[in-house]
Design a protein around this ligand. Structure first.
Ligand code: SAM
Length: 332
């Protein structure tokens, strides 16, 4: 048997997203479950630095080359620098990145870079203070903007801005976000609003296909298609003459499941083969058993869904969502 992780549909798994906490200092409605929805309980016992390291080391031994730390808000973990330091020295790991809301980046960017972090994605769904506050449940736009500047200064590049497109909330700002890439070497990535547990109604109300972004971009300047250097699901292009790039991530209107190369691990050690499925393989009892851990990774491979059965229409795709955890529990 080859050491690599190849699923029954021929997809090689090379990318691991590790959620280090379920807690977040913001309260973005699309990320959290409705209070009375049937969501899985919050995890009580989080993996330790050593446990994350063991899982990451085994994943890399099985051919994974990229790891992203996420959450909840990963920078809320008091030992986040130790996690970054522990993972950054794993032999064979080519890329270590982190997704954050950016609020703590102003004070932590240089420490994170010093610990071995390569780059960051920062979530920013609005450039308008009131809309930012509304989406995040009270966040201050200026904090995230300062965090982005600090990340650039600390060379955590390319800095990628994640914008979840929300009909009736931030769709009037598409042009402002696109124009951010003209002068600055920042990648702006638009993400389609994914259904999440207990958020069906909101999904119906606020989902918007990214075709709208394409139309708007075409009105500013000719679009130059680009390669995706990190191999993820985003389709990239550049406005002619612009410094930064634009990325489109369309899990609903143009799913990329046939290209899926990822596993996710929750902060309690649940290995998730697919964001849309309730399946989870518990790694925690196998942390001190290398062989057992490898077998669990292989077990999860068998649970990767058939990309041939994934609906191509957003409404039908949303109906296929069977997750039991909110995004803040899984890490997006
Ligand atoms: N707290 C960090 C942050 O704000 O980036 C990391 C965790 S957050 C769950 C990771 C990413 O998932 C963010 O870019 C967020 O916008 C995205 N996300 C969360 N819920 C989503 C949803 N329902 N649809 C699309 N993207 C979502």
């Amino acid at each position: 048997m080859s050491g690599k992780l190849i699923d029954p549909f021929g997809r090689e798994i090379t990318y691991l997203r590790l959620s280090v906490t379920e807690h977040c200092n913001l309260n973005c409605f699309y990320c959290r479950p409705e209070p009375d929805s049937n969501v899985a309980e919050m995890s009580k016992e989080l993996l330790t630095v050593d446990e994350f390291k063991t899982i990451a080391r085994e994943a890399v031994a099985l051919g994974m080359t990229r790891i992203r730390l996420t959450g909840g808000e990963p920078l809320l973990r008091p030992d986040i620098l130790s996690i970054v330091s522990a993972l950054s020295v794993i032999d064979g790991l080519k890329d270590l990145s982190l997704t954050t809301n950016g609020i703590f980046m102003e004070r932590m960017a240089f420490q994170l870079a010093g610990a071995g972090l390569k780059r960051v994605n920062i979530s920013l769904d609005s450039l308008d203070e009131a809309t930012y506050r509304r989406i995040t449940g009270g966040g201050k736009l200026q904090d995230t903007l300062k965090g982005i500047e600090k990340a650039l200064q600390a060379n955590l590049t390319p800095v990628k801005i994640n914008v979840v497109l929300l009909k009736g909330i931030n769709d009037g700002e598409i042009r402002n976000f696109l124009e951010l890439t003209i002068e600055r070497d920042i990648d702006v990535r638009f993400i389609e609003f994914m259904p999440s547990v207990g958020r069906r109604e909101q999904w119906r109300r606020h989902f918007l296909s990214l075709d709208r972004v394409n139309e708007e971009a075409g009105r500013i300047a000719p679009l130059i298609p680009l390669e995706n250097e990190h191999g993820g699901p985003a389709r990239y292009f550049r406005l002619k003459g612009a410094a930064g790039k634009i990325g489109l991530i369309s899990p609903l209107s143009r799913h990329f499941c046939h290209l899926c190369n990822r596993f996710r691990v929750t902060s309690a050690g649940g290995l998730k083969p697919c964001l849309f499925s309730p399946d989870e393989v518990d790694l925690k009892p196998f942390i001190s058993d290398r062989k057992g851990l490898k077998e669990k990774f292989r077990e999860a491979l068998q649970l990767k869904p058939d990309p041939g059965k994934v609906a191509c229409n957003p409404d039908q795709r949303a109906e296929q969502f069977q997750g039991i955890r909110s995004m803040t529990q899984i890490g997006g």
